[in-house]
Design a protein around this ligand. Structure first.
Ligand SMILES: [Fe+2]
Ligand SMILES: [Fe+2]
Length: 253
């Protein structure tokens, strides 16, 4: 497997692995992000089977043992499956995640004690890089779901939000929502909770200049507009799903 590297914002690197997909001829990507600084942070560890390729890719940017923080969107194999391999490779690295994820999973799973982050908490990485952590429970899925925003570049590391097919590294065409809706129709990966639309729209106040997708390209443009559109779309989907269930159940009575 070859991990492709691109710098999506100043000092933020996308490490991308492309795979074939049974659901789309365009294929699918698994992306990890490295934020440099005095204390480099990696967002997503990648699958265990991708560890060697990701490690070699990071080594071309920074010695892996310099990693200080390992964060991720939620507890799932692609987001954090190779965490313990990274903790072994980087003796100073500490996993960092929200309270739910730490209590439910990391205190048992991680080989080193995690740092528990509260909603909105900041980590100063040094070198001008500052990340903020935001809880997004059940959005798009996972009780422990969370996102990270890097303030100096206004980059939102979106985790599974906006998931889409294809192996483009960068999207500048302004349409990051349409392909995400297509992928949602096919994969149905989101939990569709009543708070989902609001949770996504609230992120728009960050006014991100870049959206870094775990599955899909990185987007440069009006991130706030895209987040509002995506939140509205999930509200529509949730209402539609409730109406369908109501109609079905009423029909049985
Ligand atoms: Fe996920
Ligand atoms: Fe994912």
């Amino acid at each position: 497997m070859e991990t492709r590297i691109s710098e999506i914002a100043d000092g933020i690197y996308r490490l991308s692995n492309s795979v074939e997909s049974a659901a789309s001829p365009d294929g699918f990507t698994f992306n990890q992000f490295l934020i440099l600084g005095d204390e480099p942070l990696m967002f997503h560890t990648g699958l265990r089977k991708m560890f060697a390729s990701n490690r070699d890719a990071i080594a071309s940017i920074v010695p892996p043992e310099r990693l200080r923080w390992i964060a991720f969107g939620h507890f799932e194999a692609d987001e954090c499956g190779s965490m313990n391999e990274w903790l072994a490779a980087a003796p100073r690295a500490t996993p960092a995640h929200g309270e739910i994820g730490c209590r439910v999973s990391l205190t048992d799973f991680a080989d080193r004690a995690p740092r528990v982050l509260s909603d909105g908490e900041k980590i100063d990485l040094g070198g001008g890089k500052l990340v903020r952590f935001f809880d997004t429970p059940h959005t798009p899925h996972g009780w422990d779901a969370a996102l990270v925003f890097e303030e100096s570049t206004r980059t939102l590391l979106c985790g599974d939000l906006f998931t889409q097919f294809g192996d483009k590294s960068l999207s500048l065409d302004g349409d990051i929502v349409g392909p995400a809706i297509v992928a949602e129709d096919i994969l149905k990966y989101s939990a569709l909770s009543p708070g989902m639309g609001t949770t996504i729209r609230k992120l728009s106040v960050l006014r991100p200049h870049a959206l870094a997708l775990m599955h899909g390209p990185s987007f440069r443009g009006d991130g706030a507009k895209a987040l509002v559109e995506l939140g509205d779309e999930y509200d529509r989907r949730t209402r539609f799903a409730i109406d369908q269930l109501d109609n079905r159940d009423m029909g049985r009575r």
